[in-house]
Ligand binder design. Structure first.
Ligand SMILES: O=C(O)CCC(=O)C(=O)O
Ligand SMILES: [Fe+2]
Length: 347
């Protein structure tokens, strides 16, 4: 199927299962990289199967509980679904994020990981409705500050599509940045609801009405520079959209009677303390009955642990005593503390 304003879904630059330089440059310059074939298909299928087994059928009364962002905490990392946890930390995704931010994984942190179902049920609930979103950048609900200037990005946002656009619709729209003088990307970025004194409004119609009445210059900026330049990310099952906190984009309506499932993730530079983890905290689930988190910590790699803030070998947290204490905490789950212990001996 051909769509005239499609974003190019680009597997051609993948090297093995890694992003190529064209993807990195697209993300750095245009604000996104949209790829296919990066994530192993079996991982996508396992995660999709777990999601379908959990989320209610479209049009069922239970689906109403999931008519806005998130999974009601059910798939927040570390989730009940081992497949979704595996997807969050899969080697191909982590290598891509490290390449985009040009940082070793040990200097990065996970700050968001959740599945979002989006139902095409025609339910319109006013300003909060996310069926057809206003065009926006995501930074206000991730950072206390403002994204740094364009050439110094501090985070990567990721949407992994676990559905197919030809069935579900709801393809995300983006405005590719065209160079330092792009009129859509004047800096700082305030031309939207939900920043400065303006209230947060999600729905496009409500947001643009509000802006036209109260901030006509902003409404006109958006009507001139943003909406006409939207490109549509016609995803397939397994496509990945890498974008940024300062990329203009929005969610679009999902087909009636279907449910689009995506995984939303953010990775950030470790020293960006002003960028928040969106969830209750990775340790909150340690009081859960399944001990999913304990098992995950024990079996994860040093880099994967570091993405949650677990200190790297050689960090000054580690001493003979703390290595032993942490080993004891996770011993029942089979943790191997030798990288941390060896770094002590080496130093
Ligand atoms: O669902 C999508 O396609 C995009 C969602 C989005 O941009 C948001 O909720 O901030
Ligand atoms: Fe967004």
């Amino acid at each position: 199927m051909h769509y005239t304003n499609d974003l190019c879904l680009d597997p051609s630059q993948l090297v093995g299962s890694r992003l190529g330089p064209e993807h990195v440059s697209s993300w750095r310059n245009q604000g996104y990289a949209f790829v296919d074939g990066l994530i192993p298909t079996t991982l996508i299928e396992r995660a999709e199967a777990d999601a379908l087994a959990f989320f209610p059928q479209p049009k069922s009364p239970e689906a109403k509980h999931f008519n806005t962002f998130g999974s009601g905490q059910n798939f927040v990392f570390p989730s009940r679904s081992i497949a979704v946890n595996d997807l969050t930390m899969c080697a191909e995704l982590l290598a891509a994020v490290a390449a985009l931010l040009d940082q070793p994984l040990g200097d990065l942190r996970l700050s968001q990981s959740d599945l979002w179902p989006k139902y095409g049920d025609g339910a319109v609930t006013g300003r909060e409705d996310w069926t057809e979103q206003r065009i926006h950048c995501d930074y206000p609900n991730h950072t206390l500050l403002h994204p740094p200037q364009w050439d110094s990005p501090e985070a990567v946002e990721v949407i992994i599509y676990l559905s197919d656009c030809d069935e579900c619709g709801g393809a995300t729209a983006l405005v590719p940045r065209e160079g330092a003088d792009d009129s859509a990307y004047t800096w700082p970025i305030f031309n939207m609801p939900g920043v400065q004194e303006r209230p947060y409004i999600n729905s496009r119609v409500e947001a643009e009405d509000y802006l036209a009445k109260n901030y006509p210059e902003i409404a006109s900026f958006r009507a001139t520079n943003l909406y006409p330049r939207e490109r549509i990310a016609h995803y397939r099952r397994g496509s990945v959209l890498f974008y940024r906190h300062d990329t203009w984009h929005r969610g679009r309506p999902v087909n009636d009677g279907t449910c689009r499932i995506v995984q939303n993730l953010t990775f950030k530079k470790a020293d960006s303390e002003w960028l928040n983890v969106l969830h209750p905290g990775w340790c909150w689930s340690m009081y859960g009955k399944q001990q999913v988190m304990e098992r995950w910590v024990a079996s994860a790699s040093v880099d994967q642990r570091a993405l949650l803030g677990f200190p790297l070998p050689g960090h000054n947290y580690w001493s003979i005593a703390t290595v032993a204490a942490v080993e004891s905490r996770y011993a029942a789950f089979g943790i191997d503390m030798s990288p941390y212990r060896n770094a002590l001996t080496d130093s």
